[in-house]
Design a protein around this ligand. Structure first.
Ligand code: UDP
Ligand code: MG
Length: 311
């Protein structure tokens, strides 16, 4: 039984050696057959060199490097497709996901679970703005896709069957957390405390988090699109009322003072229209991206096998 651990890494040169040491130590101690699959997400520092170094020292460490930064989602999916394990764990390579939890996940998997979700107990020490925006993001997302996302994370164990389902999905705009819910299967949960980041800082800015939220909401829910219809109906109702009022005023001969109404109407309807076009635009952008059918990521190089075998 092989356990693969997929670790997306973006500018994590400082974290890689330590993460490799901690994970290999723990897995060897527990006699688990493992492999570590690192995916350097277009890092601009020596992340891939560090991966290669670790791979040269330990044949159970492998890795790939993207041609540019494609984002964590793409890195996760690349890792899943490179992983050979019967069970695959996805975790951050900054050790914010505590390694011991991997053992719990492994045990639950041996006990028959097909998906083991890591549930965050606390968000660790983060800036207030980050905490608030992440909190809001998960609230909105949970509503939109009708799954409780608040405590979920990308820290999960997936059975080979589930990995194959996810890899078989044709869509390009993936949202790993929600997709693993969507796929179903027998799931178990383990909760964990988010650890402090060892080195470097979080790669998410508030803006990138917002972009992430909109992309994922539109790729997982059509509710915003339906909202457009509702808003349209409301404004039609509104204009019917105003139409009657204007008409009554016209008949009674006091029609000239209607300027305020006209300006308000233009503003209200204009606002609704622009908002609606924006929402529709987001969906068209999604469709456009899917239709282009470009790959989720481009791999520039992978760790050299010959180097690993020492030939
Ligand atoms: N990451 C990535 N590509 C990116 C951003 C982040 O592969 O564009 C990786 C990063 O190296 C780390 C994980 O995703 O292993 C989580 O990122 P980070 O620690 O910055 O996020 P946070 O823990 O603050 O949510
Ligand atoms: Mg982190």
């Amino acid at each position: 039984m092989l356990l693969s651990i997929v670790l997306p890494a973006y500018n994590e040169e400082q974290n890689i050696p330590n993460t490799v040491k901690v994970l290999t130590g723990m897995l060897t101690e527990n006699a688990i057959d493992y492999e570590l699959v690192f995916v350097s997400d277009g890092s601009r520092d020596a992340t891939f060199a560090q991966i290669q170094k670790a791979a040269a020292e330990n044949p159970k460490v492998r890795g790939a490097e993207f041609s540019r930064n494609f984002g964590k989602e793409a890195a996760i999916f690349a890792g899943l497709s490179l992983a050979a394990g019967d069970a695959v764990v996805v975790m951050d390579c900054d050790l914010q996901h505590p390694p011991e939890v991997v053992l719990e996940m492994w045990k639950l998997w041996r006990g028959g679970a097909e998906v083991v979700e890591g549930i965050k107990e606390s968000r660790g020490r983060e800036s207030l703005a980050h905490k608030l925006s992440a909190g809001l993001f998960y609230k909105v997302m949970s509503r939109l896709i009708k799954m409780d996302m608040n405590a979920s994370s990308d820290f999960k164990l997936l059975d080979r069957k589930v990995v194959d389902v996810l890899l078989g999905l044709p869509e390009r705009n993936t949202f790993f957390r929600a997709l693993s819910f969507w796929a179903g299967f027998r799931r178990e949960y383990v909760s964990y405390q988010v650890q402090e980041r060892q080195f470097g800082e979080s790669k998410w800015s508030t803006l990138s988090l917002m972009k992430y939220a909109v992309t994922n909401a539109t790729s997982f829910s059509t509710l915003p699109l339906q909202l457009v219809t509702v808003m349209g109906m409301i404004s039609i109702l509104f204009s019917v009322v105003l139409f009657i009022q204007t008409f009554v005023k016209y008949l009674s001969g006091t029609a000239v003072e209607g300027f305020t109404t006209v300006i308000l109407l233009i503003l209200v309807i204009g606002g609704f229209l622009m908002l609606s076009l924006g929402v529709i635009g987001h969906y068209i952008a999604r469709i456009y991206e899917e239709v282009k059918g470009r790959p989720k990521y481009i791999i520039r190089r992978i760790t050299d096998v010959r180097q690993r075998e020492g030939t």
